[in-house]
Design a binder for this molecule. Structure first.
Ligand code: SAH
Length: 221
């Protein structure tokens, strides 16, 4: 059967049902659902992968990297509880698909990518789609982007293999939320929801197992 946006959304809704207890909700936020419909994933996958654009799985985008699974993009966006006033930091721009969600759900998005070519391609793609509230930076996202801190929300789309980078915890606003995959290998990762209360105290909650590429220290050749 060919995947369509309707079959994809039906699958995502079914998967929300599976993780409902862990994430505290059983269906996507209406604004996240609208983003799933309106951000065309086909624009973000390589031309020879367009036929699979609405399959609920990650796909290769070159440089050893991937475009995330749509269900994961939906849940991570949802867990940030963004409002039209939010300023959000993303680590791991990749192809820019998740970035496009953040741009729709927040006031402004800042996104950091370590592979210059991926950042440039994502910037071009979002400009072509008329998205103008995103700033791009090439560099090591484990340092965050201090010049624009603090952020209402931070999303990390590559796995932290040791501890959550301290710079990211620092750059989160009191009352803010962060989602970050952590774990030692792609077979042993979990998605963590980090919250910082008004007093600056950090709490962490494991949501469910995930498989992300690792946050790297230097870009690969
Ligand atoms: N957000 C993407 C998925 C990104 S895949 C989506 O919407 O599908 C993870 C990305 O993180 C890759 O592009 C990878 O190059 C990048 N990355 C890995 N380590 C990084 C680091 N230390 N700093 C910034 N980006 C990094």
């Amino acid at each position: 059967m060919t995947d369509t946006i309707d079959s994809l959304i039906a699958e995502i809704e079914a998967e929300y049902g599976i993780v409902a207890e862990r994430i505290g909700k059983d269906k996507p936020d209406p604004r996240v659902l609208a983003a799933l419909r309106e951000v065309s994933r086909a624009e973000f996958v390589p031309a020879d992968r367009r036929a699979d654009a609405y399959a609920n799985r990650p796909l290769p985008i070159g440089f050893g990297q991937t475009i995330s699974q749509p269900f994961i993009v939906a849940v991570m966006s949802d867990m940030l509880a963004l409002t039209p006033d939010s300023r959000v930091l993303e680590i791991g721009t990749g192809c820019g698909y998740q970035t496009a969600f953040l741009a729709r759900l927040a006031k402004q998005a800042f996104t950091v990518e370590i592979v210059a070519e991926l950042s440039a391609a994502a910037k071009g793609r979002l400009a072509a789609l008329g998205v103008s509230n995103v700033e791009f930076r090439v560099g090591d996202g484990r340092q965050g982007w201090p010049e624009h801190a603090p952020y209402d929300a931070i999303i990390v789309t590559a796995a932290a293999t040791g501890e959550i980078p301290p710079a990211l915890l620092e750059q989160l606003k009191p009352g803010g939320r962060m989602v970050v995959p952590t774990g030692t290998s792609m077979l042993a990762q979990e998605l963590i929801l980090v919250t910082k209360d008004e007093g600056g105290r950090i709490a962490k909650r494991s949501l469910f197992p995930v498989a992300f590429v690792p946050l790297v220290k230097v870009r690969r050749a």
